[in-house]
Design a protein around this ligand. Structure first.
Ligand SMILES: Nc1nc2c(ncn2[C@@H]2O[C@H](COP(=O)(O)OP(=O)(O)OP(=O)(O)O)[C@@H](O)[C@H]2O)c(=O)[nH]1
Ligand SMILES: [Mg+2]
Ligand SMILES: [Mg+2]
Length: 298
């Protein structure tokens, strides 16, 4: 009697263990198919630890895009404000961006040194920034170009560069702002010569060949009565976006005692938002005024 029931228990245990093994094997197959090895072909694009990660995007063939959409020359405020709106959206939607800088058809976004967003994968940083920016450009187009329909879908390229120190990051941003200054000074004189003096683009180009910054300033001043230093800061310096506390004032209907029913109250909320500045970032003053940007723990 005892022997018989022992056999039965033993049989049951053996059967259960076979079933369990079968399930485990099936689970393993489901989790790891024979095709799984193709993952090994994916390149590791982790950005080096503790470095600043910069994503720069740039409009594709915007020379043509600006012509087709009748951008003002040399600077179109609508286009520059739209670019900044898109960059603010990128900063608000994505994580860990501490500062952004934009000019012309480009914007650079700097991720925190210690960001671990998507395990620091360069492709994730770049594709999220560029796709969010491009969809925002189309989404907000009409708010900035009321009378100018968007004629075709614009595109943007992107690249990722890592900078190992605060100095190299500051030099990177200085390089982009110096580029803004050089191009804007050239374009301001070039278009004054074409639009106001009636030179052809080829003649204007020949006139400016070999001129230094001082010569260009002199042409602007003596021939067009333009003091370059009085040109709008947004054109000369580009746009810096940093996080700042902003008071948002809204009127709200709030629940009040019966005798005050229906009254509205002004509510002030403090929010941290990406705020545009048009200032020099090459000198030390900006960095001394905003030490939190380069803060080790940022
Ligand atoms: N009129 C006008 N044109 C602008 C403005 N901002 C950008 N652009 C145009 O956009 C161009 C941007 O230069 P690039 O990015 O070097 O050149 P691109 O034509 O976009 O070509 P790729 O970037 O190489 O695809 C400028 O050369 C201008 O032709 C603007 O405010 N007004
Ligand atoms: Mg471009
Ligand atoms: Mg460009």
């Amino acid at each position: 009697m005892w022997a018989a029931s022992n056999v039965k228990v033993g049989d049951c245990l053996a059967a259960a263990s076979v079933t369990l093994r079968r399930y485990l094997k099936l689970g393993a197959i489901m989790a790891k198919s024979k095709f799984e090895y193709v993952r090994d072909f994916e390149a590791d694009d982790t950005c080096l630890a503790h470095c600043w990660v910069v994503v720069r995007l740039d409009g594709r063939n915007f020379h043509r895009f600006a012509e087709k959409h009748h951008f003002a020359k040399p600077n179109d405020s609508r286009a520059l404000h739209l670019m900044t709106k898109c960059a603010q959206t990128v900063m608000e939607e994505l994580e860990d961006i501490v500062i952004a800088y934009g000019q012309s058809d480009e914007y650079s976004f700097v991720f925190k040194r210690k960001s671990n967003w998507f395990k620091r994968r360069a492709s994730k940083f770049m594709t999220h920034v560029v796709s969010q920016f491009a969809s925002s450009f189309v989404f907000y187009w009409r708010s900035y170009f009321e009378d100018q329909p968007l004629l075709y879908p614009p595109g943007f390229d992107g690249r990722v560069v890592v900078y190992p120190s605060n100095q190299t990051l500051k030099d990177y941003l200085s390089w982009r702002q110096a580029d803004c200054h050089i191009n804007n000074l050239y374009n301001t004189v070039f278009w004054a010569l074409v639009q106001q003096s009636g030179l052809t683009p080829v003649q204007a180009q020949a006139r400016l060949q070999g001129t230094l910054a001082a010569d260009k300033n002199e042409i602007l001043f003596s021939e067009f009565n333009i003091n370059y230093n009085n040109e709008p800061m947004m054109f000369r310096k580009g746009t810096v976006l940093i996080w700042q506390k902003v008071d948002e004032v809204t009127t709200k209907e709030v629940k009040l005692p019966a005798e005050m029913e229906g009254m509205k109250m002004v509510v002030t909320r403090t929010r941290t938002k990406p705020v545009p500045l048009h200032c020099d970032i090459i000198g030390d003053a900006f960095w001394k005024e905003h030490p939190e940007i380069l803060d080790e723990d940022s």
